[in-house]
Design a protein around this ligand. Structure first.
Ligand code: EPZ
Length: 422
């Protein structure tokens, strides 16, 4: 298991290219199962989550060629049974369910494992599939779905106790593309990754309106064809580097971003006293640390509100921001594993019922810390950038799930980091 050594105290400057979005790539890779034609997807980040999805597509029988960020997939003769061990390893693989059900009229997909950020149910996904006419049964840790007479369009509301579901919206949207009739998804997720998936499906010949709003309408078509598509920039990687620049930067430029996807994070950084300046096209921004940053109140909520995937990174920034900050995660109330590790580095944080109260301290100090999940790991890297001494971050595989070569990108900005194989 690799470790990352971060020697605190360097100043970040220069420019970084943001990679394609992991969370847009995953359902888009699954959507290739909806056609026998070849699909070409560009700017797929080289991270373990997308590698897992490629393995699953291979195991299903698809032909996959990958060269740097471009993936060419031909899902000719694919099975309807997703490989149990691989699917249970990554929650996002649940999004092969909709395409397999639409393609074959049946699908077998393992129940995804939970994870440290909270219980990860799929009841909303199944609500959608049943609304489309599928029968759902459970056996041996697998979900067995069947629709021998094919899927039929339906109206449904996919809201759960914590609001919309991102992958659930994508899963049902994919299944509905080949259903007979019109499907309306109320309380749909509006994340940019859902819009990118809808763009991909439309390029395949699907008829979708309303993506990016809470009400998506899909008019089923008999078949879909191949498409070429470039994935949107990763707004969470971009937010992570913006936070790093606000924490330890002297003017860091981010290239290949989308201003319209970064509004909530930009507002939060500006509210804390930092500056974020986009170019006219909105595809590049320069972040400067503020002269006298101050604490903020932050609450995560479904897009376009502040993203839960940027909660840990902002908490790390606020740990050394003067004043009191209050961070509430309404989507994953348990998503505070990073706080225990930040406290090991000297942070003053009290977590209670999904709310972290952060009192900014002068400076954190190095300690051996443990990464627990993807975004918590990123938070620890950020904290280590300005901590005194050298911080050892263990279980680096968490960060490799969703950040493409983060150590190389940070090094190129002047951070003193080194990956150690142990
Ligand atoms: C996506 O997960 C992202 N993953 C997550 O990012 C992100 O945190 C999450 O959306 C919320 O924005 C990918 O896109 C691959 P949800 P997803 O369904 O779709 C509850 C990262 O760091 N819920 O939108 O699985 C659920 O428990 C990852 O990149 C149900 O109750 O999340 C949560 O409280 C972590 N029943 C809320 O809804 C369901 O059937 C939102 O979950 C599904 C979800």
């Amino acid at each position: 298991m690799d470790q990352l050594l971060v020697h605190g105290g360097s100043t970040l400057k220069g420019a970084v290219n943001i990679s394609g979005s992991k969370n847009a790539s995953l359902p888009i890779l699954a959507a290739t199962l909806l056609t026998e034609d070849p699909c070409i997807i560009r700017r797929v980040p080289d991270v373990s989550d997308t590698n897992y999805m490629v393995q699953i597509l291979n195991a299903l029988g698809a032909d996959v060629e990958r060269s740097s960020g471009t993936v060419r997939i031909t899902a000719g003769d694919v099975s309807h049974v997703a490989p149990y061990e691989q699917v249970r390893r990554m929650r996002a693989s649940i999004c092969v369910m909709g395409p397999l059900l639409a393609r074959h009229g049946r699908a077998v997909v393992s129940l995804p494992g939970g994870c440290v950020i909270g219980d990860r149910p799929v009841d909303l996904h199944l609500r959608g599939m049943e609304a489309l006419g599928a029968k759902v049964e459970f056996e041996g840790g697998n979900i067995h779905l069947s629709a021998p007479d094919g899927l039929r369009g339906a109206e449904m509301d996919l809201r759960g106790g914590s609001g919309p579901t991102v992958l659930g919206t994508g899963n049902v949207m994919m299944a509905a593309c080949l259903a007979d009739g019109v499907t309306v998804i109320e309380s749909a997720a509006a994340e940019p990754e859902v819009v990118d998936l809808a763009d991909f499906l439309t390029g395949m010949g699907a008829r979708i309106t309303g993506a990016g709003t809470r009400r998506i309408t899909i008019e089923g078509v008999p078949a879909l064809h191949g498409v070429e598509h470039t994935v949107i920039p990763d707004r969470i990687e971009a937010g992570t580097f913006m936070a790093a620049a606000a924490l330890a930067g002297e003017g860091v430029t981010l290239r290949r971003v989308r201003r319209d996807h970064m509004e909530a994070v930009t507002r939060a950084l500006e509210a804390s006293g930092h500056s974020v300046a986009f170019n006219d096209r909105g595809d590049t921004c320069k972040v400067n640390r503020g002269g006298s940053p101050s604490g903020v109140e932050l609450e995560t909520a479904p897009y376009p509100a502040y993203p839960t995937d940027m909660q840990a990174q902002m908490t790390a920034l606020l740990a050394t921001t003067p004043g009191i900050s209050v961070v509430k995660d309404t989507i994953f109330p348990q998503r505070f594993m990073h706080c225990a590790e930040l406290k090991r580095m000297g942070a003053d944080i009290k977590v209670d019922h999904g709310v972290a109260v952060v009192r900014g301290v002068e400076r954190l100090s190095a300690a051996p810390v443990m990464a627990s999940d993807l975004r918590a790991s990123a938070a620890l890297v950020l904290a280590a950038l300005t901590a005194s001494g050298s911080t050892v971050i263990n279980r680096l595989y968490h960060i490799d799930r969703g950040y493409e070569h983060i150590d190389e990108k940070l090094e190129a900005l002047g951070a003193d980091v080194e990956r150690v194989k142990v």
